[in-house]
Design a protein around this ligand. Structure first.
Ligand code: SAM
Ligand code: SF4
Length: 331
C-alpha cells in the first residue's frame, strides 16, 4: 500500500467529513442567528460519493474517519453512511462529533458498528447559559445523551468552546465534573469561524490562560503525555476519574504533527482548517474522474500543503476576514 505523505513529511491517516451544513442549533460562535446560506441538497456529497472517496483514501492508508457537520444527525439516513464506512477495509477508527440533540436513539447501533469514542459538544452545565449560547432550549436532551453514552460505556469527550463573559463561569464546574464522571472535558480556544467575519469580543481565553485558571483552583493539575498527532494538550488531576484537554485551535501549536484532511459537505478538500479549499472532489467525481484521477489530485494537494495554519491562512484565495461558518468545516 502507498501511504499519503505531505510535502513536510507528515503522514496523513485521518479524514474528517462534514456531511451536512445543516444544524438544528445556532451556536453563536459557529453560526449567525438566521443561519447560513445553505447548499442545495443536490450539492451535498451523496453517501455513495462519500463511500467511494473513502475507499480511495483507505487505499492510501487512511484508517480514521470522523463524521461531523453541521449536525450529522439532521441528515436523514446518516446511519446508512456509518454502516457503509464501517465496512470499508482498512478503516479501523470510526468516530463522530455531535451536538447530542438527536443522537441518543443511535448509540447502541453506533457501538455495534465499532464506534468507541464520541465527541459531544456541550458549552455549559447551566440550562439557561446553554440556551443563550446555542439559541435553542435543548440542554436536557444533550445531558440525556451524555448519560446514555456513558451507560453504553463509550469514551466521551465533551467539547467546550470557552468564551469570555459567555461561559467562562463554567470552566471550574466542568473541571469538577471530571472528579466522578469518566469523561474528558476539552476546552477549545474560540476560532473566527462564526459565519459573520466578526472577531470574538472581549478578553480571550487562550490555552495558557485556561491552564493557569484551572491550576489556580486545582493545584494538583499536571500535564500528561499527549497521544501522537493529538491536537489537545492533556492534563489530569489526582483522584479525578476523567481528564482535561485544552485545544489551542487559534494559537495553532499543534500543526507540526497534523495528520488530517477535511472534506466539506460540498466535497471541498481542505488540507488545513484555516485554508479555504484546495479542490472539489465532488465536482471531479461528477465530471467522470476515475479513482486513479482522484488519487493523482489528492497526491498533488498533499504535496503542496501549507506547513501550518498561519501559512494556510495567508494563502486564502478569498482573503480575510474569514467569513466561513464552522458548520461547513466540521471543527
Ligand atoms: N454539530 C456538531 C457539534 O456541535 O458537535 C458537529 C459540528 S461542530 C462545527 C464541531 C465542533 O466545532 C464543535 O465541538 C464546536 O464546538 C466546534 N466549533 C464550532 N465553531 C467553533 C469556533 N468558532 N471555534 C472553536 N470551535 C468551534
Ligand atoms: Fe450546530 Fe455544531 Fe455549529 Fe453548534 S457548533 S451551530 S451544534 S454545527
Amino acid at each position: 500500500m502507498s501511504f499519503l505523505f505531505d510535502n513536510h513529511g507528515r503522514r496523513i491517516n485521518y479524514v474528517r467529513l462534514a456531511i451536512t451544513d445543516r444544524c438544528n442549533l445556532r451556536c453563536t460562535y459557529c453560526m449567525p442567528e438566521e443561519g447560513i446560506k445553505l447548499e442545495p441538497k443536490s450539492g451535498l456529497m451523496t453517501f455513495e460519493e462519500i463511500l467511494r472517496m473513502m475507499h480511495v483514501f483507505a487505499g492510501f492508508g487512511v484508517n480514521k474517519v470522523r463524521i461531523t457537520g453541521g449536525e450529522p444527525f439532521v441528515r436523514r439516513d446518516v446511519m446508512d453512511l456509518f454502516r457503509g464506512l464501517a465496512g470499508i477495509p482498512g478503516i479501523d477508527t470510526l468516530t463522530l462529533t455531535t451536538n447530542g440533540t438527536h443522537t441518543a436513539p443511535h448509540i447502541a447501533e453506533l457501538k455495534e458498528l465499532g464506534v468507541r469514542s464520541v465527541n459531544l459538544s456541550l458549552d455549559s452545565l447551566d440550562r439557561e447559559r446553554f440556551r443563550s449560547i446555542t439559541r435553542r432550549d435543548e440542554f436536557d436532551r444533550v445531558w440525556a445523551t451524555l448519560e446514555a453514552l456513558l451507560r453504553h460505556e463509550l469514551e466521551v469527550k465533551i467539547n467546550v468552546v470557552l468564551m469570555q463573559g459567555r461561559n467562562d463561569v463554567d470552566l471550574l464546574p466542568f473541571v469538577a465534573l471530571t472528579q466522578n464522571c469518566p469523561v474528558s472535558v476539552r476546552f477549545i480556544e474560540e476560532m473566527p469561524f462564526n459565519g459573520s467575519g466578526a472577531n470574538p469580543a472581549g478578553g480571550y481565553w487562550d490555552w495558557k490562560r485556561i491552564a493557569s485558571a484551572i491550576q489556580e483552583s486545582f493545584p494538583g493539575l499536571y500535564k500528561v503525555e499527549d497521544p501522537p498527532n493529538s491536537t489537545a494538550l492533556h492534563y489530569r488531576i489526582p483522584g479525578h476519574l476523567g481528564g482535561i484537554g485544552i485545544i489551542p485551535a487559534f494559537s495553532r501549536t499543534f500543526c507540526g504533527t497534523c495528520n488530517r484532511l477535511r472534506v466539506t459537505p460540498q466535497g471541498v478538500l481542505k488540507t488545513c482548517l484555516y485554508d479555504d479549499g484546495i479542490f472539489n472532489i465532488r465536482d471531479l467525481m461528477r465530471a467522470g474522474a476515475s479513482n486513479d484521477a482522484l488519487k493523482t489530485a489528492l497526491l498533488e494537494a498533499a504535496g503542496n500543503r501549507a506547513k501550518d495554519g498561519f501559512e494556510a491562512e495567508s494563502r486564502r484565495f478569498s482573503g480575510l476576514p474569514v467569513r466561513e461558518s464552522m458548520t461547513t468545516i466540521g471543527g
